[in-house]
Design a protein around this ligand. Structure first.
Ligand SMILES: [Zn+2]
Length: 270
């Protein structure tokens, strides 16, 4: 069993260049070129002093709690949760007592030491939800929080076994939250999903994404906060959103969306 339910948090790193132009390789090449073009987070953005507080994270999440019934249901459970701050790997200090899923904030300097992307995940082993304490727009923090908290409920209460279904449901929720808070996101995603020929598969549709598309989508969400660590996560979310939009427009069902998630997930070497 996977220890972590890792979702929109994998940087797509290309280690080889194939001579073909398979959709998989096209997407990898585009994403790699795009990520390389972005600035790394500045030192101040990864300093321990810049760690988001529990209060600021809760405030960010609460601003998006009324997107739909699912966010309202999750918020009701989450607002009473215990919070901790990671002090070193495998150690954390409780800063807000509570019940339910433990939420652990990872200070930005630790997050930076743990890899190139920004760390957000639910760990099935210790039943805790880990949130990077890096600065990010409210909408980004909120959609990830609801997504990961939803995973904790799938694991602890629903005992949901189907991993592809778990991710498909939670990425659907993430997209609904982003669309509700980011003007133009839905239209941009739909435009990419539908720009190809009618005979295209979802893979071909996703592979039409360009560096300029990714820049536009990230700018809609992050504005000037855009950096390589945040985009290491967001590009995965964009690719899934394009594939899901393609499935919606073609009248395909949830099984097709599970295939989309699986395909995007396997583009990453993680
Ligand atoms: Zn997930």
């Amino acid at each position: 069993m996977k220890l972590h339910i890792i979702c929109a948090l994998m940087a797509l790193v290309c280690t080889c260049r194939a001579a073909t132009t398979q959709p998989e390789q096209k997407v990898r090449d585009t994403v790699n070129a795009y990520l390389k073009s972005l600035p790394r987070p500045t030192l101040s953005e990864t300093s321990p002093e810049q760690t988001l507080s529990v209060e600021s994270m809760l405030a960010a999440v609460s601003r998006h709690k009324d997107v739909n019934d699912e966010t309202r249901r999750i918020w009701k459970l989450a607002e009473g949760s215990a919070w901790a701050v990671m002090t070193e790997r495998h150690k954390a200090t409780i800063v807000k007592p509570g019940s339910g899923t433990l939420i652990v904030i990872i200070p930005p300097d630790m997050d930076a030491r743990m890899g190139n992307d920004t760390k957000y995940f639910y760990n099935t082993q210790d039943r805790a939800l880990y949130m990077s304490g890096r600065t990010a727009p409210d909408i980004w923090i909120a959609q990830i929080f609801f997504h990961e908290y939803g995973h904790s409920l799938q694991h602890q209460i629903l005992r949901m076994e189907d991993g592809l279904l778990r991710e498909t449901l939670m990425h659907t929720l993430s997209i609904q939250i982003i669309e509700s808070g980011v003007r133009g996101y839905r239209e941009k995603i739909r435009g990419i999903a539908l720009r190809g020929a009618d005979t295209m598969t979802f893979k071909d549709a996703v592979a039409t994404v360009s560096e300029a598309d990714l820049l536009e989508l990230d700018t809609l969400i992050f504005g000037r906060l855009r950096n390589r660590a945040l985009s290491g996560n967001s590009v995965v979310q964009h690719l899934i959103a394009i594939g899901f939009s393609f499935a919606d427009e073609k009248g395909l069902g949830i099984e097709s969306k599970k295939q989309v998630y699986d395909w995007v997930d396997k583009l990453s070497p993680n």
